[in-house]
Design a protein around this ligand. Structure first.
Ligand SMILES: Nc1ncnc2c1ncn2[C@@H]1O[C@H](COP(=O)(O)OP(=O)(O)OP(=O)(O)O)[C@@H](O)[C@H]1O
Length: 258
């Protein structure tokens, strides 16, 4: 279980202070797929950096299975928005996916197996020898997802991973995430500013206010487990849920303006 309790982050640069996160509390049960949605600049990246141990919070804490996070937790992998910057251009696809496994000291034969399986899972079998710059944006993001999946994480953090790809690729990648989640039983915390995406993907949506950020509301997404881009998005229940999330985000912006 991932627990975020009373998380606060104030950035201090010289005499300037920015209170990015004011007070965030929420939990993600093992095996859940939870989406965090909030307006631009509300501190989503800051939150993920605190959860993944890359940044120290000013106060509050993050626990994974009861243990306080102090540095990157071993069973966690992150997929960032900027795939162009997260893949090494001088390494081919195979080597990019294999690198974290080498760092984890996984034996060679097992590494080869994991690389093959994860590239197959994201539909990239045959692209092992290509370099990132020879691939489309959507394919590069698939490589980043394969790299995270090969690591066999218990928890996968995704920071607006599809913000930079076109709409059709985005829809394919959303379906890929749900498919991998079901197949691997991994816990996913997926951050997005896209309301429709949060409702389509999540079992639960945690809505954040504008900065300084608090949890505005949480919503259970009681849509059928089997989702597809056409029928789910046309379902009146989907439309009602997205309207609720939209209203909450608008309310959060109004409150911030006061
Ligand atoms: N290193 C830093 N130093 C000072 N302020 C920062 C730093 N990083 C982020 N901030 C500030 O903290 C706030 C939250 O930023 P953050 O990038 O976490 O938001 P976000 O929700 O991920 O943004 P976006 O939706 O645009 O990706 C912003 O006001 C930002 O300017």
């Amino acid at each position: 279980m991932l627990e975020v309790k009373g998380l606060r982050k104030v950035y201090r640069t010289g005499t300037r202070e920015v209170e990015a996160l004011r007070d965030l509390t929420f939990t993600v049960e093992n095996g859940d797929l939870v989406c965090l949605v909030g307006p631009s600049g509300c501190g989503k990246t800051t939150l993920l950096r605190c959860v993944s141990g890359l940044l120290d919070p000013t106060s509050g804490d993050v626990r994974v299975d009861g243990k306080a996070v102090d540095g990157p937790p071993p069973g966690m992998a992150v997929v960032f928005q900027e795939y162009g910057r997260s893949l090494f251009p001088w390494m081919n696809v195979r080597d990019n996916v294999e690198l974290p496994l080498k760092q984890k000291k996984v034996a060679k034969a097992r590494r080869a197996e994991l690389v093959e399986q994860s590239l197959d899972a994201v539909g990239l079998t045959g692209s092992e020898s290509a370099y990132p710059w020879q691939l489309s944006g959507g394919m590069q993001q698939r490589v980043a997802i394969a790299r995270a999946v090969a690591y066999e994480p218990q928890t996968l953090l995704m920071d607006e991973p599809f913000a930079a790809v076109d709409a059709q690729t985005r829809a394919d990648l959303e379906d890929l995430v749900r498919q991998l989640w079901k197949r691997l039983g991994v816990t996913i915390l997926f951050v997005t500013h896209d309301i429709d995406e949060s409702v389509y993907l999540g079992q639960r949506v945690v809505m954040l206010s504008s900065s300084p950020t608090v949890v505005q509301d949480e919503l259970i997404i009681d849509l059928p487990e089997a989702r597809d881009q056409l029928t789910t998005r046309a379902d009146p229940a989907f439309i009602a849920l997205r309207t609720r999330v939209y209203e909450q985000i608008q309310a959060a912006k109004r409150n911030a303006g006061q």
